[in-house]
Design a binder for this molecule. Sequence first.
Ligand code: ATP
Length: 389
Amino acid sequence: MTFLALKGVQKHFGGFRAVEDFNLDVERGEFVSFLGPSGCGKTTTLRMIAGFELPTNGTVEVDGVDITYRPPNKRNVGMVFQSYALFPNMTVAENIGFGLKVRKLPAAAIRKRVDELLELINLGGKETRYPYQLSGGMQQRVALARALAIEPQVLLLDEPLSALDAKIRISLRNEIRSIQRQLGITTVYVTHDQEEALSLSDRVVVMSEGRIEQVGTPFEIYNFPRTSLVARFVGTLNVLTARVVDAAAGRVEVDGQTIRTAGPIAGAQTGDMVTIALRPEIMSLDEGAAGANQLRGSIDDITFLGAIVRIRIRLAGDGVGAGGGGANAGGAGGGAGTVVFDTFNNPHLAVPQRGGSVTLSFPPEACLLLEQSSAAAAPDPVAEEILAG
Ligand code: ATP
C-alpha cells in the first residue's frame, strides 16, 4: 500500500525547472533511493518531502494525508544531512533527545528513548561526549539517531555518507540498512553513488534534469536499463552506437562488424543508428556458444581491480558506427571504437598481453537496445562530464 506519494510534483526556481512532473508511490517500509548526476533535482525533491521547499505544482502525501503546505516541524519526517548538522554545544544524548525536548516529553521518557537509540547505533557509553570528540562515522550515527528519535513516519537521508572515507561508508551503509529494516521505516535516500543506491534500496529512482528516467529494483535497473543515461549511470557499461543492417533480423553493424540483437529492432529502418548497451561481465574471450556474436579487436589496456580484471579492447573494424564509446565507471572508460570486458580474477588466470589480438563473444541477448533518454534532446553538460568518468 502506498505510504508516501508524490503526485505531479514540480519545482521551478524563476524560469529554471529543477523538478518536472515527478510522480512516485513509495510503499510503507520501503527503501527508495534517488540516484542521478549532480543537479538533477534529487535534493530539491527530498526537500519538498521534508517541507523545506514548496512545490510549484503537485502534492506530497503521507499515509493518505496531503502535507504539501505543512511546515517542516508540523510533518513527522526525520532528516539526515551530508554534513551531520549536529549541535556542537550539545552532548550526544542532548543531540539525540533534541526533537523530543522540543516536543516537551518528560525527561525520563527522553532518557529512555535516547538509551534505546544509543544501543541501536552502537554508541552506548558515549552519551556525554560532544560532537568534536567523535569520528565522522560516529557523528553521522548520532545524526541518524536524532532523526529517528521522534519516530518519524518517513526518514529522509541526503547523501549521508559522502563525507566519510570508503571503509566507513560501507560499514555505515550496512548499518543504516539494517536499522531501517529493523524499524520498518519508509525511507528516501539521495545519492549520486550507484553502488550505494543498488546495494541499499528496494527500488531506485534514476533521475536526470529534474525528471524520472527509470524506476525499478536494483536488479531491473542494472540488468534492464531503458535509456542510455540509466545504462551509463548504473555500473560499468559499454554503450555502442550501431548501424541497422536488417531491422527484422535484428542485425546491426558496430565498427564495421556485424552482430545480432535478441529480436527485431522495432521501428528502425536499414541505415538508422541505434544505441546498444553491453555489460562488460557478459562477454568472454573464447569462441562462445553457437550463434554467439563476435567482435574482433586488440588489447589496449589491462587493469587489475582485485576480484575483477578489466580489459579494454580496441575494435578491429573500420572505425564506423562504434562512436558510443566504452564503459563509463571505474576509470576504465573506453572512447570511440573500444569495448571494456571484465573477467573474474583467479591465481591461474592466463592474462592476455597488451597489443594481442582477441575475439570477444557474447550472446545476442546481451545486446540491450536503449531508448532515447527523456533528457537526451538537450545534452546536460554536467551529466556528460560525470558519465565520461
Ligand atoms: P547535487 O547532487 O549536486 O546536490 P541534486 O541532484 O541534489 O544535485 P538539486 O540540489 O536538487 O540537485 O538542484 C537541482 C537544480 O536546481 C540545480 O541546477 C540547482 O542549481 C537548482 N537549484 C536548487 N536550489 C535552488 C535555489 N534555491 N534557487 C535556484 N536554483 C536552485
